[in-house]
Ligand binder design. Structure first.
Ligand code: NAD
Length: 487
């Protein structure tokens, strides 16, 4: 790719495009080719975050009193702008984060669809009336916006996750301070630009870029922050949760260690395909990505040999190449962490059947490429079977019964997504009942969830306060006031 001068972008505070208060910047770098700097962004400071919160606070009264139909119109217009620019934005997303272009396009389209969904749903979302014995009164609830909401998001779905938080926050009349992950500020900025171009008034959405250590404290503890919607690692989520006041509402969507159980009656080719897709799409960097396969002993050899064969055939490379199936890891920290887990797995005594190394060749030296890995002989208590790796590493565990499979599947701190491959409806139903997981799939990948259905985890995968996505996704952003009206 021809290298051009690096473009410097800005934060948005109170409708003004602005630099960091100390003038410092950081670079967003292409993980497929680290000589390609995608953009330069302000390294926001605590002072900047506070300014953004004050702007959101000042904009609240007017925005919360803006006609809902007007708010919906802005969301729909932003959706159209995203759709019109899907090719440009998908390319930027791939350059910035590494995911293959096909998935980047899908993510931009999904973000636009999320804006449309909440523009519609928000217009029929409100309180309820309640039966009351007093014939001369009416009792009803009002749903009110909360005030200023912090939106803190990860890099792995850098536009669709912000969309499913910002759209319901705005349609219900809240104002927002949005901090994206530092790996993916450009695509986050594109979302903000679309909303501004669609007519969002100044201060309603503020955008600050930079490190969590600089921006995180005010975004969690400023008295004006009424709610924090966060998606990221369990570790960061816990740190934020421990800081917030009693009256700050939180919604934390966190890590996972998602299993797929392969039953004896299951279709083995289907199980292999679901594992490859769930485990290696996005280079294993999906919160709902498959990281454990729990397979019945009678089918283990056939499953493993087919899985290894298919893994070998995957085309690894720069996601901008339409024929590539697995892009790079998103950053150096990811590359080091995942490589370290490959080492740990071997040290623990698991057998590395394939992958786990940087592929050979000039292309691969420029980026954070790692060949997808499959471990067998994995014991349930090994670290590679317990901890979130967040990379293209599958651990295969062999069991002798459904009971053992459920025990092993549930024996982790997480509970985000889980799947089973079986033809037996009774087994599928028992699985759905007993698996400790917020999303349960049967003969489907652990990854993927509908825009119009609730999403969230159990155990340490979520605070389990309010679900995201779907109509219930609006609840987090409103509070209920009860009115007893006598006449
Ligand atoms: P991360 O926790 O490192 O960062 C998430 C966000 O928090 C980033 O914007 C980061 O800058 C910010 N942050 C970091 N320290 C902070 C602090 N002290 N205060 C405030 N903000 C701070 O996570 P990541 O590496 O960006 O993303 C990967 C993780 O996200 C994985 O654990 C994955 O499972 C999880 N994830 C979960 C879901 C879900 O819906 N459950 C979806 C996607 C990703």
């Amino acid at each position: 790719m021809l290298k051009t001068e690096v473009k410097t972008f800005s934060m948005l505070i109170d409708g003004q495009w602005t630099e960091s208060s100390n003038g410092k910047t950081f670079d967003s770098v292409n993980p497929a080719d680290i000589t390609d700097v995608v953009g330069r962004f302000p390294a926001g400071t605590t002072e900047d975050a506070i300014r953004a919160i004050r702007a959101a606070e000042a904009a609240f009264e007017s925005w919360s009193n803006t006609a809902p139909s007007k708010r919906a119109e802005i969301l729909k217009k932003a959706a159209s702008l995203l759709e019109n620019r899907v090719e440009q934005y998908a390319e930027e997303l791939t350059r910035e984060e590494g995911k293959i272009i096909f998935l980047a396009r899908a993510e931009i389209k999904r973000s636009a669809a999320t804006f449309r969904f909440y523009a519609e749903e928000g217009l029929s979302f409100g309180g309820e009336t309640y039966p009351v014995d007093d014939a001369n009164s009416v009792v009803y609830s009002i749903r009110e916006p909360l005030g200023v909401v912090s939106v803190i998001t990860p890099w792995n779905f850098p536009i669709s996750i912000p969309s499913r938080k910002i759209a319901p926050a705005l349609i219900t009349g809240n104002t927002v301070v949005f901090k994206p992950a530092s790996e993916t500020p450009l695509i986050a900025l594109r979302l903000v630009e679309a909303l501004v171009e669609a007519g969002l008034p100044a201060g309603v959405l503020n955008f600050v870029t930079g490190s969590g250590s600089q921006l995180g404290d005010p975004l969690a503890t400023d008295p004006a922050i009424k709610a924090i919607t966060f998606t990221g690692s369990t570790e960061t989520g816990r740190a934020i949760q421990n800081k917030v006041s009693l009256t700050t509402r939180t919604q934390m969507e966190l890590g996972g260690k998602n299993p797929i159980i392969v039953m004896e009656d299951g279709d083995i080719d289907l199980a292999v395909n679901l594992t490859i897709k769930g485990g290696f799409d996005l280079s294993g960097q999906a919160c709902t990505g498959t990281s454990r396969v729990i397979v019945m002993r009678a089918k283990a050899d056939e499953f493993v040999s087919k899985l290894v064969e298919k893994t070998k055939q995957l085309k690894i490379g720069n996601g901008l190449d339409e024929s590539v199936e697995v892009g790079p890891l998103a950053n150096e920290r990811q590359f080091k962490t995942v490589s370290e887990y490959v080492r740990i797995g071997q040290e623990e005594g698991a057998k590395l059947q394939i992958g786990g190394m940087r592929p050979e060749g000039e292309l691969y030296e420029k980026g954070y490429y790692l060949q997808p890995a499959v471990f067998t002989d994995v014991a349930p208590n090994m670290r590679i079977a317990q901890e979130e790796i967040f990379g293209p590493v599958i651990s295969v565990l062999t069991v002798d019964s459904f009971e053992e499979a459920i025990r092993v599947a549930n024996d982790v701190e997480y509970g985000l997504s889980a799947s089973i491959v079986t033809k037996d409806i009774a087994t599928a139903s028992r699985f759905a009942k007993r698996i400790q997981s917020g999303t349960v799939k049967v003969n489907r990948t652990t990854t993927g969830n509908l825009i119009n259905a609730p999403f969230g985890g159990l155990k340490n995968s979520s605070t389990s306060t309010f679900r995201e996505s779907g109509r219930v996704g609006l609840e987090f952003f409103t509070q209920i006031k009860m009115v007893y009206l006598g006449y």
